[in-house]
Structure formats: C-alpha cells, structure tokens
Write a protein that binds this ligand. Structure first.
Ligand code: MSP
Length: 507
C-alpha cells in the first residue's frame, strides 16, 4: 500500500465570512495531516474556495460588480485564514482556476460519453443557501405553509430545462460500497444515516442550470452551466491532476484519499461524489469523515441571530494555539459541540497553564538556575524512569491507532495523561530536596524530565504547532523535522536551554 495520503477539507463558499465552522473543519483536517506526517506518511493537504453558483451571482449583482472580482477579493480572505490558523496545506484551489474548470469538464464529458447524463426538466424545491435540491418530504413545513430546509434556509420552487445524472441507477452499487467498506463513511452513526437515505430511494440528480450564468459551461451544451456541487466536488481530484490525461506525479495521491467534511454536506460527499466517480469509471476516495456542528453558548449559530463566532477575534484575544487546542480537545470528533468563553478559559488555565506550562516552567527554570542552562545527562533508568519511557511509547502506539479512527480528542487525552505522569514524577522526586542530598539523582530527575518534555513537544505538534516549536527551542532544538523518528533519534542531554519564558498566559 502506498505511503502517500491525500487529506482534504471542504472548499469554503467564497461568499461567506469566516466563522468557527470553517476554522473547525480546517484545524481538524490540519491535525490529521500533521499527525500522519509525524508518523512518517507522505501527506498532501488541500483546501480552497468554492466560487460558483447563484448566491455569488446575486451578491455580485447587488454590489454591481463582476462576480470574478468579488471572488478574487473574498478568496483572499480565506487564503489569509489558512495562514492565521497555521494550516499546513500544500495547495489552495479555487473553482475559478483553469485547472479546476478543465477537470470538471473532463468529468462531465466522461459521464456524458457513458450515457450517464440526459436532458430533462427540473421542477421542484431548491435552496439557494445550501445550493441543494430537496424532496418535499425532507423539508420542514412552516406555520404559514412555506417550507424550510433542516439548515433553516428558505426554498423556492423552480422549473427549468436541466440535464440529469442517472443517480437512481447507482443505489445498489452505493449500498454495496458501504457494506463492503464499513470504514468508507465515518463515524458509524453517520454511515447508518447515509445507508438509510440511499435505501429510501434515490432520484436522478439535476446537474445543470440555465436560469443564471455564473458557473462552468457544460462542455456538451453551452446554454447550461454545471450544478455547483458537481463542479465543486471535482476540486479534490483537480488538486492532484486526477481528472486529466497528463502523467503528473500528483496522481499518486489519489490512491489514499480522506475527505473531512461537516455533517451538513455528508450526503454530497458520501452519495453524489462516489456515484459520479463510479459512473465515470474512476477511482473513489478511501474514507469520508463527517464532524459535528458547533453551537454558540447553547444556540444554533446563524447570521440572522447575529451570534456568528469570528475565529480571528477569539485568536486575537486568547491566542491561536489556545484556540486550536480548545476546538480539538473540547468535543469528541464527530459530535456536536458548544462554544463558550468559559469553557475555553477553563481549558487554557487548567490544561495549558497548569499542566503543560508549569511542567516546562518549573523544571527548565531549575536547569537554568542550577546547571547554568545545560541539560544534564541521564545516568540511570530506574523503575520510575522506565515507566515514563513506557508511558511515552504508549502515546506513540495507541495514539496512532486512535487517529486511524479519527478519535482526536482521545489522542489529546492520552498525551495529557503522559504530561500528568511527568508532572507527578517531577513532584514525587522533589528535586529541590534531592539537590542537597543526592546530586546524581537530582541531575537524573532533571535530565529525564527534559527528555520527556522533548517527547511532549512532538506529541503536541499536530495540536499546537507553534507551542511545539517553542518548547523545542527552549530545550535547544531548532529546525527539527517533525517526525516521531526524529523524536526518537534526538537527544537533548547536554543541550543548552534558550531563555525561559512562559508558554501560556493565565486568563
Ligand atoms: N462549499 C461547500 C463545500 C464544498 S466541498 C466540495 C460548503 N462550504 S461552507 O463554507 O458552507 O462550509 C465549509 C465547512 O464548514 C463545512 O464542512 C461545514 O460543515 C462547516 N461548517 C459550517 N458551519 C459549521 C458549524 N457551525 N460548526 C461546524 N462546522 C460547520 O459547504
């Protein structure tokens, strides 16, 4: 099996303002990508912006500008967000780029040639805010007789000529796929929802529009533009040149593809996307993971309520790594979660300041003061030292298994169990007393603690990449390559510390 992995995050609607949901999908995907690199996988990570559709055309019309100008301006905001969040993405794709338009057209042609697309007329409900067609049974009837989608958006009745994709013909193949690959849709609860939906019967899918222009023209009929989801989903394949006939080396990444998405867009990824690919005789992704949604202090986040959480404001107030830690630690990945400042502050003060910050501060300050900043040598592996070593090895082995199952918050818990063991080792050995009675033991405790602080710095790298670097710098390691292999090979004993400073501020 190839060691190359392709990890993706959904591309953001360019018309939205960045909010906590965008930050969450991105940071969680970044965690997975960084963790897999850490354990030696060759990872490619892509994000980007979704720029076509009626919503954007309407917004551009309202401001009397060309849609592409609006897209250029807004796409840059999301590109800046990737920097603000310290994402390790290798690529940022825009659906208005030539490589994307060519790839989407390539898929259309393959579907057309295989007789998977036919011309008809669409009459039914459409939600502009979700850019999604709905069956009436999946909508919520309001008191005034109108309908709303589960995400709260209005729907309108549309009637227009449209090409259809023969989705209904793929039900059996899709159900076989879920049955034969139980890990295709994760978590299991979401997999069951998908299966139920497919079992309830699939209609053919309208895949083109004629009532507006802002989209990719279908290559077989220039009067139609592609349905924005057919267009957008191909971004994943286009980022690794999979939908062209070139000999690009990036195609190798299409062998192991992991899509991380929010639960609201699981249907598009777990049903439409593999159906399009199978119908075009192309390879499908390996796994899809659907995460939950955040609420704000118990309330659904919505523009109309005005309780949208701006990730940049939180980062400016509390710090990036604090925010990343909170998002990943607070809620089991896959579940819904509630954002509150109180919960964020508790996590910062207890897990970061008390547990991690204090461990580094106390032990390294002792090395600074008593040993002129030189980390002593480990001279003995007694019972306690051996058990710390074992605890650290457990993080490596069990941690990797947990991440294979996307159990991010449990991995973090495991790392924090290790941190508390190192804290306990330091406390129980009372180096401040040992110093006077047994110098060899005293130095051994400092050296062992420093060694474990190095390991912790690697363990937290996917969660808090800046803090990880900062800790390594404190213990004299600069420019480390972040792999567990390097961690095992790097020795800190004899290193000179750099000037000690607090890692986190108490709030
Ligand atoms: N453009 C589509 C994706 C196309 S992928 C080929 C889209 N964009 S989005 O900007 O609306 O959403 C981006 C991501 O943010 C999605 O994974 C979505 O689930 C996630 N979130 C949006 N609001 C959210 C919360 N309140 N909480 C958590 N994540 C949510 O969908």
């Amino acid at each position: 099996m190839s060691n190359k992995y392709y990890i993706t995050t959904p591309i953001y609607y360019v018309n939205d303002k960045p909010h906590i949901g965008h930050a969450y999908t991105s940071v969680a995907t970044d965690f997975i990508a960084r963790f897999m690199s850490l354990r030696g996988n060759d990872v490619r990570f892509q994000t980007g912006t979704d720029e076509h559709g009626l919503k954007i055309q309407k917004a551009a019309d309202a401001s009397k500008i060309d849609p592409i100008h609006l897209c250029n301006k807004n796409s840059q905001i999301f590109r800046d967000l990737t920097v603000t969040l310290n994402l390790s993405n290798d690529d940022f794709i825009r659906t208005t780029e030539k490589r994307h338009i060519d790839g989407a057209s390539y898929l259309w042609n393959r579907l057309y040639e295989r007789d998977q697309i036919y011309l008809g007329e669409y009459t039914g409900w459409y939600s502009i805010s979700d850019e999604t067609f709905y069956n009436e049974k999946d909508l919520i009837k309001q008191d005034d007789g109108s309908y709303k989608t589960v995400t709260g958006g209005p729907v309108e009745w549309i009637k227009e000529k449209s090409y259809f994709f023969k989705l209904s013909e793929w039900s059996k193949k899709l159900l076989d796929l879920y049955k034969n690959n139980p890990n295709f849709v994760n978590p299991a609860s979401k997999r069951n929802e998908v299966i139920k939906f497919v079992e309830s019967g699939l209609n053919d899918l309208s895949v083109s529009r004629t009532s507006f222009k802002w989209g990719i023209k279908t290559p077989t009929d220039v009067d139609h533009i592609m349905y924005v989801w057919l267009d957008a989903l191909t971004c994943y394949a286009n980022g690794v040149d999979y939908l062209d006939d070139s000999k690009s080396h990036l195609k190798e990444y299409w062998k192991n593809v992991i899509h991380i998405v929010g639960k609201d867009i699981l249907r598009h990824h777990a049903i439409y996307w593999p159906a399009f690919l199978m119908a075009a005789d192309l390879d499908i992704p390996t796994k899809i993971f659907a995460h939950g949604w955040w609420t704000n202090e118990g309330n659904k986040i919505s523009k109309s309520i005005g309780n949208v959480i701006d990730p940049i404001e939180i980062i400016n107030e509390y710090g990036l790594d604090q925010f990343r830690y909170f998002l990943l630690r607070e809620v089991p990945f896959g579940n819904d979660g509630d954002f509150s400042k109180e919960a964020l502050i508790n996590r910062i003060n207890s897990d970061l300041v008390n547990d991690l910050g204090n461990l580094c501060q106390r032990s390294l300050t002792m090395i600074e003061k008593k040993r002129d900043s030189i980390i002593p040598m480990i001279t003995k592996y007694g019972e306690h030292e051996k058990s710390l070593k074992k605890s650290s090895e457990t993080v490596l082995i069990e941690g990797s298994e947990l991440i294979n199952e996307f159990r991010i918050h449990e991995y973090i818990k495991l790392v924090w169990v290790h941190i508390s063991r190192v804290n306990k080792y330091f406390n129980d050995n009372k180096p401040w007393e040992l110093e006077k009675i047994n110098e060899e033991e005293f130095l051994n405790v400092l050296a062992t603690t420093a060694e474990q602080i190095k390991n912790i710095a690697f363990f937290i790298n996917p969660i808090m990449p800046d803090t990880s670097k900062e800790i390594l710098k404190l213990i004299g390691i600069i420019d480390a390559s972040f792999t567990f292999d390097t961690m095992n090979r790097t020795n800190v004993n004899g290193n000179k510390l750099s000037k000690i400073k607090h890692l986190f501020k108490r709030v």
